[in-house]
Design a binder for this molecule. Structure first.
Ligand SMILES: [Fe+2]
Length: 530
């Protein structure tokens, strides 16, 4: 039975929170100078003391006719305002057919405003499908590096091949971004980042590098952290070589948060949502996202669909912003009643319904879920013979929704479903069933979990108890705990995932190693070692 008094109390609390948030925002907004229109933007030729393009350039979210170009002006990247004056500045941009920027085919102007940290997003339209382009920005007396980007093939075309990489979990302090360095040298059509692009922790001594500033809370804190990461030449190189498609996990805001619920109790709910608004805005400012992701207060829509012709359709998910609280206090638990509660949700109702519609209308031959947390229901065996333990921060904590989604994919015959995952700083290949605890049932999808770029520091090729883990989880085909990324080659006939690892990330410029490859044949869910 529904307890009405409880519902009313919850509703009152929500109204109270949104009213306080509204007042907080009203105050913040009224203190902003009225800036931003083209007419008011500074057109004077600014002479910058330092390079305003210290954060490089990037592009993202390609369609068959356009792409979004990004930069953020920051002559002093570790200042909260990037070292920019509190005025709007006009930037010009150019798109060319060649890397020498000789054959310029499109130009335009954009305004970088102080409200958005002098970041710009240019939605270039009217490009030809399935083509490479080059671009750059100009402001004052400064010119940006040239970036390379591309459009995706037309929606009615079956491309012969797609080559992309996916990555996650790049911790500044725990290693050099050598994996990005190698990713930048791969010939990729697109790079996908599955979250933990930054970490929110305060700077610590005696690590490979040191975070600037305290644990992140204010907009200035988050801006500085994003800017510090973007000063990395290897990250810049990876961004400048191909378009990126990004989504976040928890550390872009705070560890293991669930919607508006912090990991630890005792945080003021309004302050927490204000902090979320700061984190989301800085993320928006720092990523090549389309303006339709512009945050509204503490909310920002990141889930979206990206079709690569008819070959593959990417559904990019957000499993942090709308999720219900982790059951069992987020401690590894048996799949008990709390974990199996059908009310638990990682996607939230709106996103879950959108995802179903998106999967039904997809014309992709491969249907990819680009998301954060592991979908494989991996049970960790206990030496005492008790039932295995599952991570409550991952899909097993939301097992009913997880099984319903897998059942939906199977029932509606969504072609060739593949799940891409980050989050847990380790490599996995999982055959997914509706219920992974029933190995006698058919495999309905394949999951590739990619390790971290640096998080966790140097990994290890040896996993203690691996045999036992694999024996207890027949869906798991591979597991490894080294650093790196995954390159995928997709054709109408097959999907190949190549696991690349960097053995030492605490030393710069180390080599990358091809560790292992797995193939999925079209029409046959499940991975096989090559
Ligand atoms: Fe992470």
């Amino acid at each position: 039975m529904i307890d009405l008094s409880e519902l009313r109390a919850a509703a009152r609390a929500e109204v109270h929170v949104s009213r306080r948030l509204f007042l907080a925002y009203g105050a913040a907004l009224s203190s902003l100078p009225l800036l931003g229109s083209r007419a008011e933007a500074s057109t004077r030729r600014i002479a910058f003391a330092n390079n305003p393009f210290s954060l490089g350039v990037a592009s993202g979210d390609p369609t068959d006719s356009g792409v979004v170009l990004w930069t953020r002006l920051a002559p002093k990247p570790l200042d909260p305002d990037g070292g920019m004056p509190a005025e709007a500045v006009e930037i010009s941009w150019e798109v060319a057919n060649d890397d020498g920027m000789k054959q310029i085919i499109k130009t335009g102007k954009a305004v970088a405003t102080p409200q958005l940290g002098h970041s710009v997003r240019v939605e270039v339209e009217g490009l030809k499908p399935d083509r490479w382009y080059w671009y750059r920005f100009n402001v004052g007396d400064a010119t940006s590096p040239v970036g390379r980007t591309r459009t995706f093939p037309a929606l009615d075309i079956m491309p012969e091949k797609l080559r992309f990489a996916f990555a996650s979990c790049s911790h500044w302090e725990q290693g050099f971004f050598t994996a990005y360095q190698h990713m930048a040298k791969e010939e990729l059509d697109v790079a996908i980042h599955l979250g933990d692009y930054i970490y929110e922790y305060a700077g610590r001594e005696n690590l490979v590098r040191k975070h600037a500033g305290p644990k992140l809370r204010t907009l200035g804190d988050y801006r500085i952290r994003h800017a510090q990461y973007k000063t990395d030449p290897h990250l810049q190189a990876a961004h400048s070589r191909c378009p990126w498609v990004v989504t976040w996990d928890d550390h872009e805001f705070e560890n293991n948060y669930a919607n508006n619920i912090p990991e630890h109790a005792g945080v003021d709910p309004v302050e927490f949502l204000e902090q979320r608004a700061n984190a989301y805005q800085a993320y928006y400012e720092s990523m090549p996202l389309r303006p339709n992701s512009l945050p509204h207060g503490p909310n920002m829509k990141l889930y979206r669909t990206l079709p690569f012709g008819r070959l593959a359709t990417f559904q990019v998910l957000d499993t942090r912003q709308y999720r219900s609280d982790q059951p069992n206090n987020d401690h590894a638990s048996e799949l008990n009643e709390a974990a199996l509660n059908p009310k638990n949700t990682l996607l939230g109702e709106k996103q879950a319904n959108w995802l179903k519609s998106a999967l039904l209308t997809s014309t992709g031959h491969w249907n990819v879920l680009a998301q954060q947390v592991m979908m494989g229901m991996v049970g960790y065996v206990r030496p005492d013979g008790k039932p295995p333990l599952y991570s409550m921060d991952q899909w097993p904590g939301y097992a009913a929704e997880r099984m319903k989604l897998a059942q939906f994919i199977a029932d509606r015959r969504v072609p060739n479903p593949v799940v891409l995952t980050g989050d847990i700083h380790s490599n996995w290949v999982n055959d997914l069933r509706v219920d992974d605890r029933k190995p006698e049932t058919p495999v309905v999808a394949t999951e590739f979990v990619g390790t971290s770029i640096t998080s966790g520091g140097n990994g290890t090729p040896v996993v203690l108890g691996l045999e036992r883990l694999l024996a207890a989880n027949p869906g798991v085909k591979f597991h490894n705990r080294q650093r790196g990324y995954v390159t995928c080659t997709v054709t109408p006939k097959s999907w190949t995932s190549d696991y690349r690892v960097v053995e030492n990330v605490t030393k710069a410029d180390e080599p990358v190693k091809a560790l292992k490859s797995f193939i999925v044949e079209s029409g046959k869910p499940g991975a096989h070692a090559v």
